[in-house]
Write a protein that binds this ligand. Sequence first.
Ligand SMILES: *Cc1c(COP(=O)(O)O)cnc(C)c1O
Length: 365
Amino acid sequence: MPEHDYSRIFNFSAGPAVLPLPVLERIRDEIVTLPGVGMSILEISHRSKTFEAIIESAEARMRSLLGIPANYHVLFLQGGASLQFSMVPMNFLPKTAAADYILTGAWSEKAAAEARKVGTVNVPASTKSENFSRIPEQHELELDNKAAYAHYTSNNTIFGTEWKAEPEVGQVPLVCDASSDFLSRPVDISKHAVIYAGAQKNVGPSGVTIVIVRDDMLKRIPDNLPTMLDYRTHTKEKSLYNTPPTFGIYVIELVLEHLQSLGGLSAIQKHNEEKGALLYDFIDASGYYRGTAEKNSRSLMNVCFRLPSEDLESKFIKEATAASLDGLKGHRSVGGVRASIYNAFPKEGVVALIDFMSEFQKKNG
Ligand SMILES: *Cc1c(COP(=O)(O)O)cnc(C)c1O
């Protein structure tokens, strides 16, 4: 029988995605018994002192990393960002009111579609006719100053674009789907009413959704919502109304501790900018690969590019996979190549990809 191969490869998956190696090693070391507890994290009650300490620490670390003001709640929910597409309008969009949804990709379209089931949706701007290759400029936004809220997607995972600063929406509550760039850079929480993110892109395993919600928003919630879909249930019970995803929250706590040990979000941002610059500069200089996003909208998390033909793209992805560069296929709706290089993706992996791209171009250019 051959030995199992435990060596790691470079994982460019868009999500669930790469996690920090020190965190994985810590999980491995603690999986049979948490230090001093005598039981696995997989076995303990969510009402135990041990788990309470874990979820409290996760919240405290999140607050510290993002500078979350005291008038915001931090929740660890389930159902993914996709359930937030429904919960946000169910809680904050009265039937008779309208919400603004800025459309910058497939995820914001999905969010808007759920809101339309609840109330009226207006679209201040959409870059769909340009195949979502850019983020709209502030002056293009036709905002409604009476909107119940304005929703945007800070990083467009499929199209590889990212807002460089949040849209200015005046007094209207700003809601952000930050699923794919959460904790990749500092964010001004106070400009937002709600921020939500599925954990599996940048923060932890799938199964946990982080929601940050400003306290005054809770007053807007109607009284007839199903208990589990009402944010007040979860703010009141501190995410422990029912059994939360305990393992996922434990992993998130470890990831947050790791981010703090690296120097916090400014340090992480610098690291991400270095990785992004390496790859984009190489693409731009190659005369062979072509970035699909406009330069000033480029995402530091998901780098999307094309080759001269679809046949070459298939060949590229096949040979890259064989060379232990995994998960590079672009989303089925756009094709091409997508290199997701989240926080935990190492710079050596970007260098390995560039070496591979350079060789591929020599052989096929
Ligand atoms: C992945 C993703 C989603 C969907 O997340 P789920 O947790 O699978 O529901 C939503 N929005 C963005 C920006 C994403 O990247």
